[in-house]
Design a protein around this ligand. Structure first.
Ligand code: ZN
Length: 498
């Protein structure tokens, strides 16, 4: 194959152009979520919609399909960089072009209204206000799944957009193993948590001190502040504007420094992945993260496995005391106990790392039933409340604390939730494998030396981009596909035995 095969060069150039425009869109979104004055909202929304439409047209142009077909006849070696990029471009191109333009427009219009209706419905805790919109979104999503095609379940076609290759049947098997095992850990974990009052650390933690401490921790785990920064927002996220520019965001609670700290550890975990992607492949699949389930493994690995470990607080307690003198009255073990407190609650985003998955099982089950036509939308609140009580032992009395709490369905994101649980499973499996490769890892982490772990992740995950499909990547890095066992070992050790 000649080094510069013309159709491939054209694809690469087109991908780079799309990445530049998308990066500008990311910048505008980041600004919208951080510093933008409120009156700019209408203009900014239009601007973003225009950029989104523009990149969509750039990618779905007929000649892109022609270049792809020409490349597929081009005889690239199956393990070459080109073959990996072509595989992903083909997948994305087919997904983008199989939807009729009318369906895309109808979906966009419906979800714009649905989001507004959902906000209102949540505020008034009245599902009826959201119901007609959810009915439309479910019907449109099922039509999208039909256009994309699927072998087993329409759910598969939707989940493919977040976790390429995953099947509802695989998730069902994983969750069926997790559910009783988590229930078995929950009892003893609750008993242990009862010794730690939820507001033990409640105090006064000035914003500037939190920022300074968070920055030290993020720097220590390897986040490069010459290629990124931290800003304040209401819904924390990590945005990559391009190589060398990764923006973390968090929010602060002056009475509880752990919120922003764990928020930053989480987002910095996403950020380390982004900073570790190969810049020379910027804009192509090889320079892009593998999937949401792999991305979430990186954030949860640093937040939970590193940040919530008792060893973390052994090292960081004295440093934290420099910033927050009132922490001197606590022991490192008390700080770790607070960080690992387990307590069932109504809201997913506030859940502890164990009961979190119970929230996911409910959403997965519900979405699957909606997409497979086994549950009418009208029955969602009743079904939610009944299952929630079975899973978490709490009675939902307001839809705002139940089926109306998440934004995902209102923007038409079905099939997204399981990637959070996959992230936890992948994180535990990766840490287990890294520790097997480096027996000294645990003692290094206890001394706050994070370099070996980060290098291992760089090598096994970050630098690979989308060279492999997500489950192949996990297989490659750990020797097996995603399993529940490592996560279960981890929570048993941390929350019950430790
Ligand atoms: Zn995350």
């Amino acid at each position: 194959m000649p080094a510069a095969f013309a159709p491939y060069s054209k694809l690469r150039k087109r991908a780079r152009e799309i990445a530049w425009v998308s990066g500008a869109g990311e910048m505008l979104t980041w600004d919208l979520e951080t510093y933008m004055p409120p009156k700019a909202l209408g203009f900014r929304a239009e601007q973003l919609a225009h950029l989104g439409g523009y990149t969509h047209r750039l990618f779905t142009a007929r000649k892109v399909g022609d270049w792809l077909s020409a490349c597929e006849q081009g005889g690239f070696a199956p393990d070459s960089d080109e073959a990996a990029n072509l595989r992903e471009w083909r997948r994305l191109y087919d997904r983008a072009t199989r939807l009729p333009a009318r369906l895309v427009e109808e979906f966009e219009r419906t979800r714009a209204h649905a989001r507004e209706a959902w906000k209102e419905a949540r505020q008034q805790s009245d599902f009826q206000l959201f119901k007609p919109h959810l009915e439309k979104l479910v019907a449109l999503s099922r039509r999208k799944a039909d256009c994309w095609g699927f072998a087993e379940s329409p759910y598969d076609a939707l989940a493919e957009g977040y976790e390429p290759g995953i099947r509802a049947s695989q998730l069902r098997t994983l969750f069926a193993e997790l559910r009783p095992a988590i229930a078995a850990v929950l009892g003893p974990a609750l008993e242990r948590s009862a010794a730690t009052p939820p507001d033990l650390l409640h105090g006064n933690y000035p914003l500037a001190a939190q920022q300074a401490f968070n920055q030290r921790v993020a720097e220590a785990i390897g986040f490069d502040f010459t290629a990124g920064r931290i800003d304040t927002t209401t819904h924390p996220f990590c945005a990559t504007l391009g190589p060398g520019d990764c923006r973390l965001t968090t929010r602060y609670n002056e009475h509880d420094f752990t919120r922003s700290l764990y928020g930053i550890l989480h987002e910095a975990g996403h950020g380390l992945y982004e900073q570790g992607l190969p810049a020379e492949h910027y804009g192509t699949p090889l320079g892009t993260a593998a999937s949401l389930g792999v991305h979430e493994s990186q954030s949860r690995l640093w937040e939970n496995h590193v940040g919530r470990s008792p060893a973390f607080w052994q090292h960081w307690h004295p440093v934290a005391c420099e910033h927050f003198p009132e922490l001197k009255r606590f022991t490192p073990a008390q700080l770790a106990a607070v960080a690992n407190r387990v307590s069932p609650s109504f809201i997913r985003t506030e859940a502890d790392q164990l009961t979190y998955h119970l929230h996911i099982f409910l959403r997965f089950d519900l979405e699957l039933r909606l997409m497979e036509g086994q549950l009418p939308v009208a029955d969602v609140p009743a079904y939610w409340n009944e299952e929630f009580e079975k899973l978490l032992g709490l009675k939902v009395t307001r839809d705002a604390d139940g089926c109306l709490q998440d934004i995902h369905w209102s923007i038409g994101d079905f099939g997204y939730f399981p990637t959070y649980t996959l992230g936890s499973l992948n994180a535990a499996q990766l840490v287990h494998r890294a520790a097997a490769d480096y027996p000294a890892l645990e003692s290094e982490l206890a001394r706050a030396q994070y370099g070996t772990l980060l290098s291992w992740l760089r090598e096994k995950v970050h630098r690979l981009g989308q060279r492999y499909r997500p489950q192949e990547l996990i297989q490659h890095a750990t020797g097996e596909p995603t399993r529940a066992a490592y996560y279960l070992d981890y929570v048993r050790r941390l929350l019950v035995a430790g």
